[in-house]
Design a protein around this ligand. Structure first.
Ligand SMILES: CC(C)(COP(=O)(O)OP(=O)(O)OC[C@H]1O[C@@H](n2cnc3c(N)ncnc32)[C@H](O)[C@@H]1OP(=O)(O)O)[C@@H](O)C(=O)NCCC(=O)NCCS
Length: 195
């Protein structure tokens, strides 16, 4: 699957993306992605090989002008909540988004996420999209708000990605944002009317 926007192409990863991805994942910008850290270009190549089978839910964000991979976005179908009926619909998605920090502040994440949400709601049966973001991650919270997501709540000391200097888990406070398909439809039609 390939999704095109005004300035970007969202497409599956290929082996040749390794150097661009290594550029932003050799030092993940936020704790929640620390397990994705790539320690070498060789590791990045191996990671790209794994990702190249992912054609529906995991996309490289590519700048049309230069062909450079400037980030990534992904979300997979989930049940409603951890205790949901296993046979129930998998119509809930929780996106992860990440840009090379040299390319933030230009609206690229919004442009990619807007197109990705549209794809999930229209073509992949999404009913609800929710996002977790640490309470200190203001750029990600602003992105959620720009996408029309509601701030649903703050989970205190919700999760730990890294350890404190004394070896104990460092727990972080996490906001949850969400948007339903019907809310997305309303906001997209309002955007169209405004144009
Ligand atoms: C979260 C993240 C993707 C947000 O990226 P971003 O570039 O700030 O987000 P947007 O695409 O919405 O860009 C908005 C900014 O671009 C500016 N901008 C400039 N030109 C623009 C344009 N043509 N269109 C829209 N916005 C534009 C906006 O004014 C806005 O600036 P502001 O945030 O200072 O108000 C990015 O900070 C990131 O990758 N962080 C590290 C990974 C991460 O935290 N992931 C989320 C984990 S929960």
């Amino acid at each position: 699957m390939v999704i095109e926007t005004e300035r970007l192409v969202l497409r599956p990863f290929v082996e040749g993306d390794a150097a661009d991805v290594y550029e932003y994942l050799h030092e993940p910008a936020v704790h929640c992605f620390s397990s994705m850290k790539l320690h070498s270009l060789e590791e990045a190549v191996a990671e790209m090989k794994k990702r190249s089978d992912e054609t529906e839910y995991y996309f490289a964000i590519v700048l049309k002008e230069t062909g450079k991979v400037i980030g990534e976005i992904e979300a997979y179908p989930e049940g409603d909540e951890p205790h949901a009926d296993e046979d129930g619909p998998k119509d809930t998605f929780s996106p992860c988004w990440m840009l090379n920090l040299n390319y933030t502040g230009k609206g690229y994440a919004y442009e990619a996420a807007h197109a990705f949400f549209d794809y999930l709601f229209r073509e992949k049966g999404a009913r609800r999209i929710y996002a977790y973001t640490e309470d200190t991650n203001l750029p990600s919270q602003r992105l959620c708000e720009r996408l029309g997501m509601r701030r649903e709540g703050l989970f205190r000391e919700f999760i730990s990605f890294i350890k404190n200097p004394d070896g104990t888990p460092l727990y972080e406070n996490t906001y949850q944002f969400a948007i339903l398909r019907k809310e997305w439809r309303d906001s997209v039609s309002k955007e169209r009317e405004a144009k």
